[in-house]
Design a protein around this ligand. Structure first.
Ligand code: B16
Ligand code: MG
Length: 217
């Protein structure tokens, strides 16, 4: 059967986590508390709304609905200012080689991200044309570790879930891929992503021979 590939965005294709961090830290500082890099780890793969809930928990802050909505918008405006300056130099190492390899083999490719800003980011770094389908925070009701995002992506590609390969950098993302019955590939720390079927530190460690094996699985 035909094989489909699904990429997470933040932490797999680009490192936007650093911009999310700066925008959340600015808000935290305005509200009078610190927000550390370690705490930012909890935000990876998590929806914007859930991130703000966690942030306010960290700061011990009770918000009205109106304040909550204002802060959601404020964080995103700051985040968008960082994205505005992104270009192809921010594509993570060997992502282009992998996308090119798959494209040349006519493999269907999808994005499966929690971000509502996925499309503008792919556009900014010049990768939009590689993707046959983009499923992001605008299309999904249930956040990772729920498999919804990847199941919609598989459906859009016309590929059965068992024939999909998912690249993910977040624990919740690996769990979502596993729950969808897909082949999960952890990109990052293998101790943290130990539920993944395969692990790689980054794409430079994944050769074309391995991709070929996945295509013929
Ligand atoms: P936005 P991914 C996720 O992207 C990020 O990892 C997470 O930190 C962020 O809160 C989430 O997108 C929502 O992003 O505020 O742009 O809608 O890793 O699922 O590609
Ligand atoms: Mg991610």
């Amino acid at each position: 059967e035909k094989v489909g590939f699904i990429f997470d965005l933040d932490g797999v294709i680009v490192d936007t986590a650093k911009y999310h961090y700066l925008a959340w830290r600015k808000l935290a500082n305005e509200l009078g508390f610190e927000f550390t890099h370690e705490q930012n780890e909890l935000f990876k793969g998590v929806s914007r709304k859930r991130c703000l809930e966690i942030l306010l928990d960290i700061g011990g802050i009770e918000a009205t609905q109106a304040q909550f909505d204002t802060w959601m918008v404020e964080k995103n405006v700051d985040y968008l200012a960082y994205i505005e300056k992104m270009d192809a130099s921010e594509i993570l190492p060997d992502v282009l080689r992998v996308l090119e390899y798959l494209k040349n083999k006519n493999v269907p490719i999808a994005l499966g991200s929690a971000s509502k800003n996925a499309k503008p980011i792919l556009e900014k770094v010049g990768l939009l044309h590689y993707f046959d389908s983009i499923v992001d925070g605008n299309n999904v009701m249930k956040a990772k570790p729920d498999p919804e995002v990847f199941l919609i992506a598989a459906d859009n590609l016309g590929v059965g879930p068992q024939s999909c390969v998912v690249f993910e950098d977040a624990v919740a993302g690996i769990q979502a891929a596993n729950a969808a019955g897909m082949v999960s590939i952890g990109i990052g720390d293998s101790d943290i992503l130990n539920e993944a079927k395969h692990n790689f530190k980054d794409f430079t460690e994944m050769d074309n021979q391995f991709l070929e094996l996945l295509l013929n699985k």
